[in-house]
Design a protein around this ligand. Structure first.
Ligand SMILES: Cc1ncc(COP(=O)(O)O)c(C=O)c1O
Length: 278
């Protein structure tokens, strides 16, 4: 269930810059009913990321065709990962004059998270590992994810589903594998991602959908103290959708009505999108 530059193989040259320097980007995409969900949004983020990193963007129709091939071979519900790297070449940091990208598409089982994570929420902790500040990389889903790897290595307790990460300026940014929102006074807030963090597909959608429903949605810099005054908190990504947060360390939060409303809006939007694309 792997395509490397369109070929069925499982190996890459060790000179690939994705391995050597993390010189590349990736997308993790839900497959539902044999279709990649929000595929156009994932391609748009990939294209924008390639532009920002100066990596040629592979033809969108080739990516779509290869994705469709793997979707057809899936069990209907799965996870599709797309990696684009700056290809092989050069022992040093300098890229070759003509970059020939590597594209890797792989299919993975859909994780069997319990339904209660959606309905009753999850326990979280605050991570010690902080995210660096780098406006040149902020927002990108690039291949350098050592901060998340270190943060996720901080706990093994299976009761805790997610760790919350601050950046080195002390601003709350996101979860180790999710974006984070909080609700207060009938408005929804999420971290500004101008200095750190990944601009998630679901995060963007939630901001859009909330505003369509006349719910104020704002991006800002905020601290842990501010987060702890929230009425409701939730995390989101393309695979889990939205999970309410019912506990941060020992502090309890309710799995409240606005989070439930946003879950419903997102589910409706996803259904409409899938029907339209069928
Ligand atoms: C660190 C981090 N932030 C945010 C996200 C959410 O991104 P998306 O909504 O595009 O899945 C992810 C997803 O894997 C992530 O790993």
């Amino acid at each position: 269930m792997l395509l490397v530059n369109g070929d069925r193989r499982e190996t890459l040259p060790v000179s690939d810059r994705g391995l050597q320097y993390g010189d590349g980007l990736f997308e993790t995409i839900e497959i539902s009913d044999y279709q990649p969900v929000f595929f156009d949004r994932h391609l748009k983020r990939l294209k924008n990321g390639c532009r920002r990193l100066g990596i040629p963007f592979p033809a969108a129709d080739i990516l779509a065709e290869e994705a469709a091939t793997l979707c057809r071979e899936s069990s209907g519900r799965a996870v599709l990962k797309i990696i684009i790297t700056a290809g092989s070449g050069g022992r040093g940091y300098r890229r070759p004059e003509a970059v020939e990208t590597t594209r890797i598409l792989s299919l993975h089982p859909y994780p069997d998270y319990p339904e209660v994570f959606n309905t009753r929420g999850i326990h979280t902790r605050i991570c010690q590992t902080s995210l660096g500040i780098n406006p040149a990389l902020a927002g990108l889903k690039h291949l350098n994810r050592l901060e998340q790897v270190l943060a996720r290595a901080e706990w093994t307790d299976p009761v805790i589903q997610e760790g919350i990460m601050l950046n080195s300026a002390g601003h709350v940014i996101e979860g180790t594998m999710t974006n984070l929102f909080y609700i207060k006074d009938h408005a929804v807030y999420t971290a500004s991602l101008e200095q750190s963090g990944i601009a998630g597909i679901v995060r963007d959608l939630i901001i859009q959908i909330a505003r369509q429903h006349q719910l104020k949605a704002e991006e800002l810099n905020y601290t842990l103290d501010q987060l702890l005054t929230a009425e409701e908190i939730f995390v989101c990504n393309s695979i889990i959708g939205i999970w309410p947060v019912n506990q941060i360390e020992q502090i309890a939060f309710r799995c409240g009505p606005i989070t439930q409303k946003i879950q419903q809006w997102l589910a409706d939007y996803k259904q409409e999108t899938l029907c339209r694309e069928q």
